[in-house]
Design a protein around this ligand. Structure first.
Ligand code: GLC
Length: 650
C-alpha cells in the first residue's frame, strides 16, 4: 500500500465509526478537506514509523471535538456561513484588554459591556485567561494549564456565562491559544523534569552546550536583555531545554505529532467554549531546525494549514488570527501561498503598517510607508488584517531596509532617529516612551509606551502645555483614524479610548520590572473613565472622537475589507492617502502626518466628482477648490454619487 493509501483507509474507518455525530455540512467539508489533511500530515510526519496510528489519533481528536460542539455554537457557525467573510465586516470593532486590569474578574466584564457598547466595540479580545504562575507569567503567555482559568480571573463557568451574554448582545469573543510554548510549571514540563521520556519528547532537549551553540548561532534573540539566548540549562536533567522567549517558557516540539494532537485538543476546547476569533500566539516559531533562524519555516505554515483544515471541520465559524510579527514579505505567507492561498490564517496583524504609522508621525514623511505597500498590497482578498496603533506588545521596526533605502534614507540612521524620537532622547521630541529589548550585538531595539504618551500627551500635561495637549489629541485621532479605515478589523487597546498615559507602577513589582512593556498596560481607574462622559475633558474628547470614528466605519460598507484599497502616490510628502472603493462608492482617506498645514488639490485624486463630503467633519468640499489640511488632521472624502451613502451621521 502506498503512503497516502494508508491514511485514506484510516480516514475512512474513523469517519464511518463517527458518522452518527457529524452533520451534513461536515460531510461535505470532509470530502473537500480530508485530502488536504492527509497531504499536510504526510508532509510533516510521513517519515515516522507509526504515522498511521498517529494520524488515527489526530482524527479522533477532530471527531471528538465535533461531537462535543454544542448546538448553540453550531447554529452560530451556520449563521456566520451566510456571509461570505463575516470576519471582514465593517461593523466589527475590537478591543484587547487584560481582564484584571480592565475590569477585575471575568464576571466584572459584564458590568463594563455598556461602556464598550457605548463606544461601539463589539469584539472583545480577553488576553490570556488560563492558569499561569504569578511571578513567571509573561502577562499570561506562560500557561501552566490550558484547561483551567487562572483563579485570579474566576473559573470556566464564569467564562461560559460571559460567552452566552456576548452572544445575546451580538458581540464577539477572541481568546489566545499560546501555541509555541508552555510554562515550565505545566504538567508536561514537570513530567519531563522528573525524567518521563514521553514528555521530554514534547520539548527540545539538548545534551551538550556545543549543540546549544550550534542552534543559537543562527537564532535571533527575542528578549536579549531580560532573557538572552534561546536555551536554559535544567540541572535536574543536565540538559538544555529550548526557551526562545523567557527561561520559564519552554518551546513545544511540533516535530512530535503527539504535541500537535494535544494542542489541537486545547484549540478545540477553546473553540467549543464559543470563541469567535482564536489568536494563535507566536506561530512564526512553531517549527525549529538547526542552522536556520527557527522562524517562519515552511513546516510552521504546514502546521497552521493543518490547524485551519481541522478548525474548518470542527468549528467553521472560527476565524484564526496568526500573531506573526514578522517582516512584510514573511507575513503574507501566513495567509497561505500558491495552492494554499486563503487556507491558512483568516487574519494577521498588520504590524508593518502599524510601525510605519509611527514612522510617519515621527518623520512627517510618507515615502518609506509608500514603498512598503508594494509588498503589503499583495494580501489575498479572502483574508484580512487586524489593524491597530498600539497593543500590549512593543513596536518593532522590522520593516524592510529596502523600503527605507528606496526612500533615500540610511536604514541604520533612520531607525536610530525613530528610537531616539520615541524614547524622548531626541531634542524637542514630545514623545515619552522607552526602548525595549535593546540588543547591543545587533543594535536593534523596539519601542514601548502608550499611544497617548508616544503622541505627546504625557509630556504636554506635565508641562501644562495646553496647545501641546490639543496637538497630542490630534495625533492620537490621526493614528486611530488611519488604522480604522485602511481595511481590516480595527483592534483598540484598552485605555487608549480614554487617553491613558504610561503607568510606571510596574517598576515597583519584581514580577514585571524587567519588562517595560508593562508601562503601556494600564490599570483602569473607572473614576477617570467617568470623565469620558464629562464634556471638555481630555478623556471625553478622545472617547467621543473614537466613538465617532467607529460610527463612520459601521455606517459605510465601503470600509469592509475586500482588499478594496488603492494608494495615492501624488499627494504632498507627509500626507498619506488611499481610496477605499465599493460599487459606486469611493472614499478618499487623507492623513496629514506633518506639523504644517498642507494644500490638497482635489484633482490629484483622479476623481471626476464635483463635490465631496468629508465624513469626519460633515463638510462639503467643491472639487474646484483646493483644501487646506491643518497639521495632524485627516479627511474622509466621500465621492459617492448615491445620496444614501452621503447621509450625514447624527
Ligand atoms: C506574543 C505575545 C507576547 C509574548 C510572546 C510570548 O508575541 O503577544 O506578549 O511575550 O508571544 O508568548
Amino acid at each position: 500500500m502506498d503512503g497516502i493509501a494508508i491514511y485514506r483507509e484510516i480516514a475512512e474507518a474513523v469517519y464511518q465509526q463517527n458518522i452518527s455525530t457529524v452533520d451534513l455540512r461536515f460531510q461535505k467539508e470532509w470530502e473537500g478537506k480530508s485530502p488536504d489533511l492527509i497531504l499536510l500530515f504526510e508532509q510533516l510526519y510521513g517519515r515516522l514509523e507509526y504515522k498511521g496510528d498517529l494520524f488515527g489519533k489526530l482524527l479522533e481528536v477532530v471527531f471528538n471535538a465535533k461531537a462535543n460542539r454544542s448546538e448553540k455554537w453550531r447554529q452560530r457557525d451556520r449563521q456566520k456561513a451566510q456571509s461570505k467573510a463575516w470576519f471582514a465586516d465593517h461593523r466589527l470593532v475590537g478591543m484587547s484588554m487584560y481582564t484584571d486590569r480592565f475590569a477585575g474578574q471575568i464576571n466584572d466584564i459584564s458590568d463594563r459591556l455598556g461602556y464598550l457598547q457605548l463606544l461601539g466595540v463589539n469584539l472583545l479580545h480577553l488576553m490570556p485567561l488560563f492558569e499561569s504562575p504569578p511571578h513567571e507569567s509573561d502577562g499570561g503567555y506562560a500557561v501552566s494549564n490550558f484547561r483551567k482559568i487562572d483563579a485570579k480571573f474566576g473559573d470556566i463557568e464564569d467564562l461560559q456565562v460571559l460567552t452566552d451574554l456576548l452572544k445575546e448582545k451580538d458581540m464577539y469573543l477572541m481568546l489566545d491559544i499560546v501555541l509555541n510554548h508552555t510554562s515550565h510549571h505545566h504538567e508536561w514540563a514537570q513530567k519531563a523534569i522528573q525524567g518521563d521520556a514521553y514528555f521530554q519528547n514534547f520539548f527540545y532537549f539538548l545534551d551538550s552546550k556545543e549543540e546549544v551553540d550550534e542552534y543559537e548561532a543562527s537564532m535571533p534573540e527575542v528578549f536579549p536583555e531580560s532573557a538572552p539566548g534561546s536555551f536554559t540549562y535544567i540541572p535536574e536533567l543536565q540538559k538544555w531545554v529550548m526557551t526562545v522567549f523567557h527561561q520559564y517558557q519552554w518551546d513545544l516540539n511540533y516535530s512530535n505529532p503527539l504535541v500537535l494532537a494535544a494542542m489541537l485538543e486545547n484549540i478545540f476546547f477553546y473553540a467549543n467554549l464559543g470563541v469567535d476569533v482564536l489568536r494563535l500566539d507566536a506561530p512564526a516559531f512553531i517549527w525549529k531546525q538547526k542552522g536556520t533562524s527557527c522562524q517562519n519555516l515552511p513546516q510552521a505554515h504546514q502546521i497552521l494549514q493543518l490547524i485551519r483544515v481541522c478548525t474548518d471541520l470542527v468549528a467553521p465559524g472560527i476565524a484564526l488570527l496568526g500573531e506573526a510579527i514578522v517582516a512584510p514579505r514573511d507575513i503574507m505567507k501566513y495567509f497561505g501561498e500558491g495552492h494554499s492561498q486563503g487556507r491558512e490564517c483568516h487574519f494577521a496583524y498588520n504590524a508593518t503598517q502599524m510601525a510605519l504609522q509611527w514612522d510617519m508621525l515621527a518623520t512627517g514623511e510618507t515615502q518609506v510607508m509608500l514603498e512598503a505597500q508594494q509588498v503589503l498590497g499583495a494580501k489575498p482578498p479572502n483574508a484580512s488584517w487586524i489593524t491597530y496603533t498600539r497593543c500590549h506588545d512593543d513596536i518593532g521596526l522590522g520593516y524592510e531596509d529596502d523600503s527605507i533605502r528606496k526612500a533615500g534614507k540610511d536604514p541604520f540612521l533612520h531607525r536610530q532617529y525613530l528610537k531616539d524620537y520615541y524614547s524622548g532622547t531626541f531634542q524637542g521630541s514630545p514623545a515619552k516612551g522607552a526602548l525595549f529589548s535593546v540588543n547591543p550585538k545587533t543594535g536593534d531595539a523596539r519601542i514601548s509606551g502608550s499611544l497617548a504618551s508616544l503622541c505627546g500627551l504625557e509630556k504636554a500635561i506635565q508641562e501644562h502645555d495646553y496647545p501641546g495637549v490639543q496637538t497630542a489629541i490630534d495625533k492620537i485621532m490621526l493614528m486611530q483614524a488611519h488604522s480604522f479605515f485602511i481595511g481590516g478589523l480595527p483592534m483598540l487597546f484598552y485605555g487608549d479610548e480614554a487617553g491613558y498615559t504610561n503607568d510606571y507602577s510596574y517598576l515597583k513589582d519584581s514580577s514585571k520590572n524587567y519588562d517595560n512593556r508593562w508601562m503601556h498596560r494600564p490599570i483602569i481607574n473607572w473614576e477617570k473613565n467617568k470623565l469620558a462622559g464629562l464634556s471638555g475633558t481630555i478623556e471625553n474628547q478622545i472617547f467621543v472622537k473614537t466613538q465617532q470614528l467607529i460610527k463612520i466605519r459601521k455606517a459605510h460598507q465601503v470600509f469592509q475589507d475586500q482588499s478594496n484599497i488603492q494608494w495615492h502616490y501624488h499627494l504632498p510628502n507627509g500626507v498619506a492617502g488611499f481610496e477605499r472603493y465599493l460599487n459606486d462608492t469611493v472614499v478618499h482617506c487623507l492623513f496629514n502626518f506633518t506639523a504644517e498645514s498642507k494644500i490638497i488639490q482635489l484633482e490629484s485624486l483622479f476623481d471626476d466628482t464635483t463635490q465631496f463630503l468629508d465624513l469626519w467633519s460633515n463638510t462639503v468640499f467643491q472639487s474646484t477648490c483646493p483644501i487646506n489640511m491643518p497639521s495632524f488632521s485627516f479627511l474622509l472624502l466621500n465621492s459617492s454619487k448615491k445620496m444614501e451613502d452621503n447621509a450625514i451621521l447624527e
